[in-house]
Design a binder for this molecule. Structure first.
Ligand SMILES: Cc1ncc(COP(=O)(O)O)c(C=O)c1O
Length: 314
């Protein structure tokens, strides 16, 4: 099954139902206006444990609750219940492989009014297989996009608004058509923001830097994990600050991080090699570490994972 093909059962409007029977009206408010918020959660299969682990599920639902507050939506359940429903969805589908869960809190009512209130907020959960080759983890070639991030004063990026992904979609297509793997987007005033669905970290000399949460990014959960692992395992200084475009062109190491890409080295930006043009050693070490943590092959940070089947040592 390819990425995006749903497993047989989904959670739609308060019940688990066969995906074929789940229905969202063509006149649902969110279909026309992108009104709603979503998350993406990784589930990692460990064949030795015969266990599937949700990675940072609670953190994702805490973020969804904050997004809902910004948008003025009422989630039907709190984060703990949503983690429980997510595990149940994967169990019902008998998932025993890497997977990706898509929670959606959207305006599903048949309402063509452009507004955020009274549009029938509904929760949906679906899961799809997560392929190994989603991104080339050996390193990607990036370009700085002509498409910029929207300002927080226009669309709140931190609320992960469904409709706000048209900009990143344009940037991704532009990058691929121009022969790159991924786009890095700037803020309206020309500072580095993030890639289309992942955050950016760079190392220059001893110091790591990543655009601040106030630079129109989605402050990723993986970004927090990577900053933490860098500090814990290398003792490195990691700054959250404004990052110039020219720093992308002159840094010694760069990486993308996010739920889908996990940790991916950047080897080139706009034709300039990052460092010596090979994946950075620290990047590869953090990549290995996070991959191991996500399957509990590594004792560090078991609090970041939740067993789905409950068979493993917690
Ligand atoms: C725009 C954007 N930035 C960054 C990220 C990475 O966030 P996370 O690590 O929470 O998946 C995502 C993924 O959801 C995203 O869509």
């Amino acid at each position: 099954m390819r990425f995006g093909t749903p497993y047989d059962e989904v959670y739609a409007e308060n019940a688990f139902v066969p995906e074929k029977e789940s229905r969202l009206s063509v006149l649902a408010n969110a279909v026309s206006y992108g009104t709603g918020t979503f998350e993406g959660i990784r589930a990692c299969w460990n064949p030795d444990h015969q266990e599937l682990y949700l990675l940072q599920a609670r953190a994702h639902y805490e973020r969804m609750a904050r997004s809902a507050r910004i948008l003025g939506l009422e989630p039907p359940h709190g984060p703990d219940q949503l983690v429980h429903l997510t595990a149940e969805l994967l169990r019902r589908n008998g998932v025993r492989a890497d997977a990706y869960v898509r929670p959606l809190l959207l305006q599903a009512g048949e309402q063509l009014a452009v507004r955020m209130h009274d549009c029938g907020t509904r929760l949906y959960l679906a899961a799809t297989p997560m392929p190994d080759d989603y991104i080339d983890r050996r390193g990607v070639r990036c370009t700085v996009s002509a498409w910029r991030r929207t300002a927080d004063a226009a669309v709140p990026n931190r609320a992960k608004v469904i409709g706000s992904y048209a900009g990143p979609a344009l940037a991704k297509t532009e990058a691929l058509r121009n022969g790159f793997d991924e786009a890095i987007m700037l803020t309206g005033d020309g500072y580095v923001a993030e890639a289309t669905t992942s955050n950016v970290l760079i190392r220059t000399g001893e110091r790591w830097a990543t655009p601040a949460a106030t630079d129109d990014i989605l402050a990723g959960i993986t970004r927090s994990q990577v900053m933490r692992l860098l500090r814990e395992h290398t003792g490195a200084v990691v700054e959250e600050r404004r990052v110039h475009r020219s720093e992308l062109y002159s840094c010694d190491e760069a990486l993308l991080c996010g739920t889908a890409v996990l940790v991916t080295p950047v080897v080139e930006v706009d034709g300039r090699p990052v460092g010596d043009g090979h994946p950075g050693e620290t990047t590869l070490a953090v990549q290995r570490l996070l991959q191991a943590i996500s399957r509990r092959e590594e004792a560090d940070h078991p609090e970041w994972t939740t067993p789905v089947y409950g068979a493993a040592r917690c």
